[in-house]
Design a protein around this ligand. Structure first.
Ligand SMILES: [Fe+2]
Length: 136
């Protein structure tokens, strides 16, 4: 995996969400770097905790927005977040104690999930909000 560079096509058009997504991508890059430069397992664990904390923060702030807009696909969207929350939780327990170096496959999975979610599920919400605002 090479460093993930933010592309404007990842923007969903909601300022708050887009800037949070950029931070998530930065944290995934940090994780990749800590993991691949042979940094101590403790460093990997610390970066992973940052990613985990930020993911939780971002999901709950996005979910508040979904509720605010009475988004019809709220349940499905939250269910997707929930699946990823579980993955993060499992990995967090595995990296605990600073003993584990994550596999490239795992980091790729985190990256792919995040980008696919942004490009699919989140983009759809962005379009819903735009459509609503132009029709209100
Ligand atoms: Fe989302």
């Amino acid at each position: 995996m090479s460093k993930l560079i933010w592309k404007h096509t990842y923007d969903i058009g909601l300022e708050v969400i887009d800037s949070q997504h950029r931070i998530l991508v930065d944290l995934i890059n940090d994780l990749y770097e800590a993991n691949s430069t042979g940094a101590a397992g403790q460093v990997v664990e610390d970066v992973f905790i940052k990613l985990s904390d930020y993911t939780h923060y971002h999901f709950s702030s996005e979910e508040d927005m979904l509720k605010l807009y009475r988004y019809p696909k709220l349940e499905e969207h939250i269910a997707e977040h929930e699946g990823f929350r579980q993955t993060i939780k499992k990995l967090k327990s595995e990296t605990k104690g600073g003993n584990i170096i994550l596999s490239l496959k795992t980091i790729d999975y985190l990256k792919d999930w995040t980008i696919n979610h942004i490009l699919g599920t989140d983009r759809e919400f962005g379009e819903f909000v735009r459509h609503r605002e132009t029709n209100d």
